[in-house]
Ligand binder design. Structure first.
Ligand code: NI
Length: 228
């Protein structure tokens, strides 16, 4: 399931994020990739241990926490600390690759199975040319370029790339989610059910017996599939 989640960050947080990124030190993006991905990768990243990166992580994690949509779509068990990247100038592209299955956290702080890959756009689409995230999945190729503050989540199993940026700079955050529900198919069913239940509740209220019954079914399915 590829899903667009709008407004993880608001205007104020975005300008705070951009200020942090302006004064930050950027390093070669290949420092955090697996072998195949490193061959395809030509971008820059914020130094992982930097003060700016830590501040940005807090900003992004707080935004994710506030989003019921993000929760419903990913059912997160663990989120890898977000990193920031920049595509511009001579470091402007990331060819086809698949993300490593496991993300090892810094200082032996654990591991995250990368069930879901996430990109949060920090630049506005008009600030750069190119730079689309292209995700190949069973429905064909999806080309993604979103408003600043919006995120896309897609299966970690997908082959994907970032098209060359030919003008301006594309700033984004990326991270992975290990989900409480490992299967993409099961997560999708739960997300669809949750989405339509929310619509039903606004239409007929929380106390309708059918709403109560379907809510029970949602939780009972989740109980069957969840892995804590
Ligand atoms: Ni990737």
């Amino acid at each position: 399931m590829l899903l667009h989640i709008p407004r993880i960050l608001g205007a104020q947080e975005l300008s705070q994020a951009r200020r942090l990124l302006q004064r930050a030190a950027w390093v070669d993006g290949r420092s955090t990739s697996g072998e195949q991905a490193a061959l395809a990768k030509n971008n820059e990243q914020l130094a992982e241990a930097s003060e700016e990166n830590r501040a940005l992580q807090q900003l992004v994690l707080a935004g994710l926490e506030r989003s019921p949509e993000f929760f419903a779509a990913t059912l997160p068990k663990q989120i890898s600390p977000p990193l920031a990247n920049r595509y511009s100038g001579a470091h402007n592209t990331f060819g086809n690759h698949v993300d490593s299955a496991v993300r090892f956290l810094r200082n032996g702080a654990g591991r995250v199975r990368t069930d879901i890959s996430c990109t949060l756009f920090l630049s506005s689409p008009e600030d750069y040319e190119g730079g689309e995230l292209v995700v190949e999945d069973t429905f064909g190729k999806q080309r993604v370029k979103l408003a600043a503050g919006d995120a896309v989540v897609y299966p970690g199993t997908s082959v994907h790339r970032v098209e060359p940026v030919t003008r301006g700079a594309r700033l984004a955050c990326f991270f992975w989610v290990q989900s409480m529900v490992r299967s993409d198919e099961q997560r999708r069913l739960l997300y669809d059910m949750d989405l339509h239940l929310r619509q039903l509740r606004t239409r007929i209220g929380d106390e309708d017996p059918a709403v109560i019954g379907l809510t029970a079914t949602y939780h009972n399915l989740l109980r069957q599939w969840i892995d804590l």
